[in-house]
Write a protein that binds this ligand. Sequence first.
Ligand SMILES: Nc1ccn([C@@H]2O[C@H](COP(=O)(O)OP(=O)(O)OP(=O)(O)O)[C@@H](O)[C@H]2O)c(=O)n1
Ligand SMILES: C[C@](O)(CO)[C@H](O)COP(=O)(O)O
Length: 253
Amino acid sequence: MFDEDGRSNAPAAEVRTAAVIPAAGRGVRLGPGAPKALRALNGTPMLVHAVHAMAASRAVSLVVVVAPPDGSAEVKSMLDAHALPERTDVLVVPGGQSRQESVRLGLDALPPGYDIVLVHDAARPLVPVDTVDSVIEAVRGGAPAVVPAVPLADTVKEVEPAEVAGAAETVLATPVRARLRAVQTPQGFDRGTLVRAHESVTGEVTDDAGMVERLGLPVVVVPGHEEAFKVTRPLDLVLAEAVLARRRLNDGF
Ligand SMILES: Nc1ccn([C@@H]2O[C@H](COP(=O)(O)OP(=O)(O)OP(=O)(O)O)[C@@H](O)[C@H]2O)c(=O)n1
Ligand SMILES: C[C@](O)(CO)[C@H](O)COP(=O)(O)O
């Protein structure tokens, strides 16, 4: 669908979209307990919220869940207990040792016929459907890679990391905050571009769009959303449940 320079050469209307959800992480920063994606938010596993957030978009017709290595059966029964719209199929595959490996395993399991791929953290269970749709729309519009992002509230410093744990760090620089963005998921891709990135880019990367950047292709930014935050530390669980409570109030029940 895209040539080597990232230019689109397919009509948008024929394109089908799948979402890959890496959910195989432990959640070390969240503390002891079940793998993070399987932990409950208001009684429903975080992963189930994330799958439903993808399925809320009418454009998404397949969700590939990348489960904790020994957790595929548990994930399947969790998903069976929470019906998805009829238009949405689900596949569950076991994950790997790193997020990058888990995403690649999800991509390997994608059947033909899906030309746009979203990659969405199970750890961002509350992303609103409008954000998902903006990402898809930008890929349909011709971008090889799209990220949702929000401006930063804090000033950011680049530091020289301490050589010994606990020692003071020193500041090297203060990047201009107005040029910085905190990047969220789902990140959206032309499938061929994402597969090529995963085949050819090695070394440490913290997101999929970063791999596309290394191919020298443009990554387009669309507005993210404050509710698309990543559940990483214990306080994030409290915040996520508060967001769900606010949504229930706004929905009138
Ligand atoms: N081997 C891994 C590691 C991470 N992930 C997924 O990647 C997403 C973002 O990762 P992160 O929030 O860092 O999750 P964890 O790796 O579980 O967290 P931690 O670093 O605290 O252990 C999560 O949905 C997580 O399940 C994955 O599928 N496979
Ligand atoms: C992909 C990501 O959510 C974009 O912000 C983030 O980089 C994942 O980082 P993590 O350390 O694997 O949580």
